[in-house]
Write a protein that binds this ligand. Structure first.
Ligand code: CDT
Length: 326
């Protein structure tokens, strides 16, 4: 008997600024019910699923955007999702903006978060996004903002992996998926399935030459992360034209081989499913990527010792430019 887990990637089409939480939760429930009909045990929803992607607008005073954040989970708006999922025996991962006070009650923290809920309704964990992309200051020359660094601070907890759904489950959010360290830190905890919500504008303002490659890069990073760590990866988009910004779809379920086993066809609300054999991970974890046998951590110290690039010293002076000689 292998450990089989049927997972649904519940892509969402656009959520507009004027959309009420209740209407969005209705859409999540419709996807959950589709999942039930297809025998799903875990449904993964996108990053910031309950609201529009509000970092595309800049406001000086963060408190003006407090309504985009959840202060508790579940809350009145999301309770129907929690209740129905528990009734159906389906677990889920849900991305949302979180606003919370620290233990002293004096400091407010704003995180880009994703909660993981087991089939019995118990909360497994809340992951808070680490790699916060974009900019912190207003950049008025952009066609739209990506001010995530204004709206969110990096999560304080690192990349966890949890015993859940009969296996080892990790979480990451959007830009985290582009960084190999994200998967490796989870791989070193034996992760067998990584759940990733994302919201990726196809137009990359700092370098539009990358626009045509948005789908390629999306697949490249998630397939590599899956293969190099012998894990399933489930990447779920908020897709389509949201408030005038075209968001990448291509939500996918990727096997430990790096192969995409299911991918969305639309940029609307769409559920794709796959039955994921968690024991398949061992084929990679015990062979090519047998970490215990083959990794060389003594040669990887730069990865944690430094942040940016430090070029090696030159051993010889560079040859002088003959054109500069008289
Ligand atoms: N939401 C998110 O993290 N999006 C980023 C876009 C980066 S462009 C500033 C991503 O990596 O897809």
């Amino acid at each position: 008997m292998t450990r089989q887990l049927t997972i649904g990637a519940a892509q969402l089409g656009p959520v507009n600024r004027s959309d009420e939480r209740g209407a969005v939760v209705e859409r999540l429930l419709a996807l959950l019910h589709q999942g039930e009909r297809r025998g799903v045990e875990l449904v993964v929803f996108p990053e910031l699923a309950l609201t529009t992607f509000f970092p595309r607008w800049y406001v000086d005073d963060l408190t003006e955007t407090d309504h985009f954040y959840e202060t508790e989970m579940p809350n009145a708006a999301t309770q129907p999702l929690f209740d129905e999922a528990r009734r159906l025996g389906i677990g889920f991962a849900l991305g949302f903006a979180e606003r919370t006070l620290d233990s002293t009650g004096a400091t407010t923290h704003r995180y880009n978060s994703q909660i993981l809920v087991e089939r019995d309704g118990s909360v497994v964990a809340t992951y808070r996004k680490m790699h916060i992309p974009g900019h912190a200051d207003h950049e008025p020359d952009r066609p739209f903002q990506h001010a995530e660094r204004h709206y969110f601070e990096p999560g304080p907890d690192g990349f966890g992996v949890w015993h859940a759904f009969g296996g080892l489950v990790g979480m990451a959010i959007c830009n985290d998926r582009r960084w190999p360290e994200t998967y490796r830190v989870m791989g070193l905890q034996g992760v067998e399935v990584v759940l990733i919500g994302y919201t990726t504008p196809i137009h990359y303002v700092p370098d539009p030459s990358q626009d045509a490659l948005a789908g390629f890069h999306n697949r490249l990073v998630m397939s590599s992360g899956a293969y190099q760590n012998g894990t399933w990866v489930v990447g779920v988009a908020k897709a389509g034209p949201e408030e005038g910004v075209e968001l990448l779809g291509q939500s996918s379920i990727i096997a430990p081989s790096g192969e995409v086993v299911a991918q969305t066809l639309t940029t609307r609300d769409e559920l794709i499913t796959a039955t994921c054999d968690l024991d398949w991970c061992a084929r990679y974890k015990q062979t090519l990527f047998d970490f215990d046998r083959y990794r060389l951590p003594e040669h990887y110290t730069r990865i944690t010792a430094q942040r940016g690039v430090i070029e090696p010293p030159r051993l010889t002076e560079p040859p002088s430019d003959p054109r500069g000689q008289q």
